[in-house]
Structures are given as C-alpha cells and as structure tokens.
Design a protein around this ligand. Structure first.
Ligand code: FES
Ligand SMILES: [Fe+2]
Length: 344
C-alpha cells in the first residue's frame, strides 16, 4: 500500500470527544477531538500493555487510557502515569498529522514529515459562499482496485444505479480519457447532450425533459477523486469567457482510503452551486447518494467474494475500461517507485 500520501481518515462530524477506532493502511488509529475541538489521531495502541487507546477517555486536552490510566497529550507524548512521578519517554505513542478541509479530515500516512504539497485541494468543499456540501462514508469488504475500477467507469450507472443517476445514455455515450503519466492524474470525460435528466438532478434543479449532462472525472491516485457534473438546458454550453451561470454544477468527491488488504473506506462528499442552504435538498441528496453508494458497496462486496473463489481470475477489457486501466497502470508505477506492494 502506498504510504507517503494523504488519505481521508474521517468525516469532521465523526470526530468528537468519544474516540473512534479506524483501520487505515493496516494500522489501527484512534481518532478524536479534544474538549477544545482539536482533531487528534494517535496510534490505537497504548504503549503500556497495548490496550486500544480508542477505548480511553478524553479529559481536557489529553486522552486517558481505559486500562491503567496512562495519559497522552495531543502530540502523543505520555504526560502522566498513575502511581509515579517519572514518566518514561519510551511511553510516547505515534501521533499522525491531520488536516481538516470542509467536511473531511485528511491524514498523512507517511513515515516522514507530512508533505503538504501533496494535500489535495477541495475549494468547492470549503467555499461556503458559493457551494453547499454534504458528506458520508461507507466501508467496503473489497480490494481497493475494485473501487478504483468502479469510480473510473461510470457506464455502470445505467445498470447498477438505474432509477436514480443511471439513464441509458450514460452507457451509450463514448468517453474520452487522458492519462498524465507525469503528474499521475487520470481524466475521463463523458459529455451527453440532449439526454434525459435523471431524478437525482431533475428533483434538485427543476429542469424537466432533455438536458445537456457532462461528467468530467479527475482521479489523483491513490486516494482522491472528483467527478464534476454539469447539467444545463440543451445547447447552452459555457460562454467563451468560461462563465457558465445558466448551468447547475455538482462535484462529487470521493476519498479512497485502504483499510487493510481486501477492505477499503469510501468517503464521499457532494458540493453544489444551486439550491444552496436548503435543508430539504440536503436531505434529498443525502438519501439518494447514500442509496447509490450502498448499491456500489453491495456490488463490490459480491464481486470480491467471487474473485476470492476464482482459481484463475480472467477479465476482458473494452473501451469503457480505458480510464480504469490507465489508473491501474499509474498505481502500479507508483507502487514500483515506492517499492511497495500495490494497493490491494
Ligand atoms: S494498557 Fe494503557 S495504561 Fe495499561
Ligand atoms: Fe456507482
């Protein structure tokens, strides 16, 4: 698994003074907020006898182990041991760096100092003036690669998500793929003109009948993906100067976070520039997106179990798979360069 990267560790709303245990890249991590609201990630293993720190209690700006009371600061330094004055320095635990951006909290999983240049940028999730956002997450009992495949090929919407975001035109419309081996970014474009507006968008935008519907994917391996969705009246592309005020825009972000071999966390967020600050639209999208994600989770859980039973797994790739194949190639090259086993 690729360590020297930022991954989404949690939704900001999940971090409270009640610690949460989450496995990321095979490591158990205790995630919580101090009483002042500072987000903290410590290795989920007490230095004393290994009890999970996530079963401890937040007291002011510290976490007290739930077994014998070793007490740790936000930096992982052990600041108190019951029954003695001296605290052994070997009792410190590893602290991971977290960064909160909008509704997500990122974690640096590298062994060395965090590389802030690699932190993905999500301005739409943080610009509350122009965008409204919602977020959620699911954990899938499937290998990381299956989620990458799923997100890079949206033709599955027509079949797996029919009735919400899938219409026949998604599978019928050819894609364009750009893979930049230098930067590692994979882009997949699907522009559907004069097509049916699926309920996901007709209910929220109010557009009826035919629309222009564009899906522009950007995948930044390994852990960050965004799908820019544009819905507009037929035949009204963006103006030559780039203005596009007559269209409705939604970016669907995904954070792909390996939990352990064969398990992956699927964080998502939707940011939209229409019907902003309308709680009933938030609720509608929340329900719809949660259902869509669950359809993917169910499919990938089934697929993983089948793959495990296969003696000789075989695949046939076609045109719609070009984005996924480019992503696999780039992930493989990143793993080779890092001398790490590839994502699993
Ligand atoms: S295991 Fe944590 S204090 Fe003993
Ligand atoms: Fe899907």
């Amino acid at each position: 698994m690729l360590r020297d990267h930022w991954y989404v560790a949690a939704l900001g709303s999940e971090l409270t003074t009640r610690p949460l245990s989450r496995q990321i890249l095979g490591e158990h991590i205790a995630l919580f907020r101090t009483e002042e609201g500072v987000p903290v990630a410590l290795v989920d293993r007490c230095s004393h006898r290994g009890y999970p720190l996530s079963l401890g209690t937040v007291v002011n700006e510290t976490l007290v182990c739930g077994y014998h009371g070793f007490t740790f600061g936000c930096d992982g330094v052990c600041v108190a041991v019951p029954g003695q004055d001296r605290v052994p320095s070997r009792a410190d635990v590893h602290r991971f760096t977290l960064v909160e951006q909008g509704l997500w909290t990122w974690i640096w999983m590298g062994r060395g100092a965090p590389d802030f240049d690699r932190l993905p940028s999500v301005p739409r999730m943080t610009d509350h003036e122009r965008w409204s956002s919602i977020a959620g997450m699911a954990t899938i009992d499937a290998r990381f690669d299956l989620l990458v495949d799923n997100l890079l090929d949206l033709s599955h919407e027509t079949y797996l998500h029919k009735g919400s975001i899938g219409t026949p035109e998604v599978a019928e419309t050819p894609i364009e793929v750009e893979a930049d081996d230098g930067s590692g970014v994979v882009r997949v474009y699907r522009h559907m003109n004069a097509v049916e507006c699926p309920p996901f968008y007709s209910t929220t935008t109010g557009l009826e009948g035919k629309v222009d519907r564009w899906q522009d994917i950007e995948y930044f391996p390994p852990g960050f993906y965004s799908l820019h969705s544009r819905i507009a009246p037929v035949g009204e592309p963006p103006l030559p100067d780039g203005r596009d005020d007559h269209a409705y825009h939604m970016t669907i972000f995904y954070g792909l976070t390996p939990a352990s071999p064969g398990r992956v966390h699927d964080f998502w967020a939707l940011s939209r520039d229409f019907c902003r600050d309308e709680p009933e639209i938030d609720s509608f999208l929340m329900k719809m997106q949660t259902d869509v994600v669950q359809e993917d989770v169910d499919a990938l859980n089934i697929l993983e179990r089948r793959i495990q039973e296969e003696v000789e797994p075989r695949e046939v790739s076609v045109k719609i798979d070009r984005g996924g194949l480019a992503a696999r190639r780039i992930l493989r090259a990143m793993a080779d360069a890092a001398d790490a086993p590839g994502p699993q």
